[in-house]
Design a protein around this ligand. Structure first.
Ligand code: NAD
Ligand code: TDX
Length: 342
């Protein structure tokens, strides 16, 4: 099978590429990534020279480039991870999110239509459903829960989801959508809660908890998300949405305290800071459909996953330290262009 993976130099996309290459060593993968601040080519270092892997630096909004690439490569499936993904940044600058997350998705789907690609998979998020109250633990997000977004980020993802379903209904494009809860694991950019708190704790810096720290997220180990996407691409029903989550709700303060405990650091490092604007209170996914229809269940418990993740950040300090220093942005020039890999 040949995959065009967009956003593969980011957190989940890179884990997806590693997952595919381990499980299907003969599959071919083309990765298209703009290498924004969130894309780190050094993450893909171990696969860059494989004969069945190709990296292309480019923007999913660049119609000419995308059409040319899809025509040349003719992948069996396009899996779209490329996005602006950080809620706080979307509050600072919404327009970038609308462009990449909505316009970029439409350009990819136009290419998929034009060249008759057999599957377009959109990687979406539970944030499109808005939030749930803390005092109603019985409520969960189902696939037919109305879209009800809070941030420019989640609105841009919901806009893309609506377009994906419209391309299916109007043009018959063979699409699927996955909506997953919060991921954690190796290679997550240290602006998101878990890697940020690990890095700050290791540097003995203050850990900024927004508001009262009682906001709840439903955490899933990234490899479990990758397995779900792969299953949907191979066996999922065209035109369907699949929720992905592991019934693992925790509030932010619990997570931060757990990280400090694992690292042997004092809770005095916690500092409560001004809340995020429009901050979603609680997310909780009902993954019954993907379990019943495709047999998917998460394999990694939170207890093991968080230990593995903390260990990974301890063992790979260079990876996140070069990010925090900005050094990683020279990697493409140094290790890719200069080595003639293009
Ligand atoms: P990320 O920010 O770590 O990575 C995004 C990648 O997309 C980067 O490599 C970046 O360079 C690339 N990119 C950005 N704009 C681009 C453009 N215009 N053209 C080409 N490439 C571009 O994000 P992530 O956390 O890995 O999330 C991947 C996808 O999964 C996103 O669509 C996100 O909405 C979704 N998602 C994330 C989570 C989560 O917890 N992180 C949960 C559910 C869904
Ligand atoms: O410094 C912080 N302090 C803090 O209290 C940060 C960065 C976050 N938080 C809180 C805000 C959220 O309640 O932690 C929670 C998690 O925040 P993020 O890591 O920014 O994730 P979230 O906003 O939940 O969105 C994530 O999950 C859904 C991803 O970034 C999205 O791409 C995905 O769609």
């Amino acid at each position: 099978m040949k995959h065009l993976v967009t956003g593969g130099a980011g957190f989940i996309g890179s884990n997806y590429i590693f997952y595919l290459l381990k499980k299907y060593p003969n599959d071919e993968i083309v990765c298209l990534d703009k290498l924004t601040y969130a894309g780190n080519l050094s993450t893909l270092e171990s696969v860059l020279d494989l004969p069945n892997f190709k990296f292309v630096k480019g923007d999913i909004c660049d119609r000419d480039l995308v059409y040319k690439l899809v025509e040349e490569e003719m992948p069996d499936v396009i899996v779209n991870f490329a996005a602006e993904s950080h809620v706080d940044r979307s509050i600072e600058d919404p327009s970038l999110f609308l462009n990449t997350n909505i316009v970029g998705t439409s350009v990819l789907m136009d290419a998929a239509r034009k060249y008759g690609i057999k599957r377009f998979h959109q990687v979406s998020t539970d944030e499109v459903y808005g939030d749930l109250p803390l005092d109603r633990p019985d409520l969960l997000f189902h696939e037919d829960t109305p879209l009800h977004t809070s941030s420019p980020y989640s609105s841009s993802k919901a806009g893309a989801d609506l377009l994906v379903m419209a391309y299916h209904r109007t043009f018959g494009l063979p699409v699927t959508i996955s909506r997953c809860s919060n991921n954690y694991g190796p290679y997550q950019f240290p602006e998101k809660l878990i890697p940020l708190m690990i890095a700050k704790a290791l540097n003995d810096e203050k850990l900024p908890v927004y508001g009262d720290g009682a906001n709840v997220r439903d955490w899933l180990y990234v490899e479990d998300h990758c397995e779900a996407i792969d299953l949907i691409c191979r066996k999922g029903k065209v035109g369907e949405v699949y929720n992905v989550g592991g019934h693992n709700e925790r509030n932010n303060l619990t997570i931060v305290k757990l990280i400090l405990k694992e690292l042997g650091k004092s809770e005095d490092l916690i500092t409560f800071v001004v809340d995020r604007k429009g901050h979603d209170r609680r997310y909780a996914i009902d993954p019954t459909k993907i379990h019943n229809e495709l047999g998917w269940l998460p394999k990694t418990s939170f207890e093991n996953g968080i230990k593995e993740t903390i260990k990974w950040y301890l063992d790979n300090k260079d990876w996140w330290k070069t990010i925090m220093s900005g050094e990683y942005q020279n990697y493409y020039q140094k290790m890719y262009l200069d080595k003639g890999r293009v």
